[in-house]
Design a protein around this ligand. Structure first.
Ligand code: NDP
Length: 236
């Protein structure tokens, strides 16, 4: 999986390991946090490895996927999770931030999936972490991020068509506000975000991980080309 060192990705890595998976995860900078996740997975008796690879670097990301497949003896599930969240209105957002969002949140999903399908077995899964902000924009400053998360919905549906004949599914899981470094439950925007929430609170990373594990497991075998929202009713 991409971006497994912190937040939602770390929770997914631990959950899949708890359900019996060996896990390879990438990270960009947080080597010690990635090492903690690896140690906790090894504590569950599963194999784990962390690979430094900037998702915006296609060669590095492809090499990371190949390294993961080599170390784990093939692949059953790819989770495209790594993401960045640039905030800025159309008057303010820099082109560099826009390009970075597209590179990490969209292009890398294509790159990692293209690399992974060379290793994925029949029955494999491609699970991409989207966002409710890809479906409904609830405030200003989201143009790059919302564009990127809308883009992965179309791409994931297309992957489902491409990979269906090989028995590989492709699904987007859309978290709503989830308590991580990206969107802390005690952050300055929390009150306005939660005004939209039916549940009235942020999700935990474990809430999102539980749905990813469902899609990755036997119960997810016939879910493909779909989006699944885990948002406490923010987009209701
Ligand atoms: P965090 O910022 O807490 O963690 C981001 C993770 O992605 C880290 O592991 C980080 O690695 C990794 N990452 C970021 N950029 C890169 C890169 N260029 N190359 C490799 N790895 C990278 O984010 P969340 O856990 O909150 O978000 C995870 C996903 O969920 C993202 O796709 C995000 O858009 C989505 N999401 C999050 C929501 C929320 O409210 N938190 C809501 C909806 C969607 P490192 O630690 O090395 O920096």
């Amino acid at each position: 999986m991409t971006g497994g060192s912190r937040g939602i990705g770390a929770a997914i890595a631990r959950k899949l390991a708890a359900e019996g998976a060996d896990v390879a995860l990438t990270y960009e900078r947080a080597a010690s946090r990635a090492a903690e996740v690896v140690a906790s997975i090894e504590g569950l008796g599963r194999k784990a490895l962390a690979i430094q690879a900037d998702s915006a670097d296609a060669d590095a990301l492809t090499a990371a996927v190949d390294q993961a497949a080599e170390a784990l003896g093939g692949l059953d599930v790819l989770v495209n999770n790594a993401g960045v969240f640039p905030i800025g209105t159309v008057e303010d957002l820099s082109l560099a931030d826009f390009d970075r969002a597209l590179a990490v949140n969209v292009r890398a999903v294509f790159v990692a999936t293209q690399a992974a399908v060379r290793h994925l077995r029949t029955g494999g899964r491609v699970i991409t972490i989207g966002s409710t902000l890809g479906e409904r924009v609830t405030g200003p400053g989201m143009s790059a991020y919302s564009a990127s998360k809308a883009a992965v919905v179309g791409m994931s549906r297309a992957f489902a068509r491409d990979l269906g004949p090989r028995g590989i599914t492709s699904v987007v899981v859309h978290p709503g506000p989830t308590d991580t470094d990206m969107n802390p439950a005690d952050g300055p925007h929390a009150a306005s975000i939660l005004a939209l929430s039916a549940a009235g609170q942020h999700a935990t990373p474990d809430d999102v991980a539980a749905t990813v594990a469902h899609v990755a497991g036997p119960a997810g075998a016939f879910i493909t080309g779909s989006t699944i929202t885990v948002d406490g009713g923010v987009n209701a």
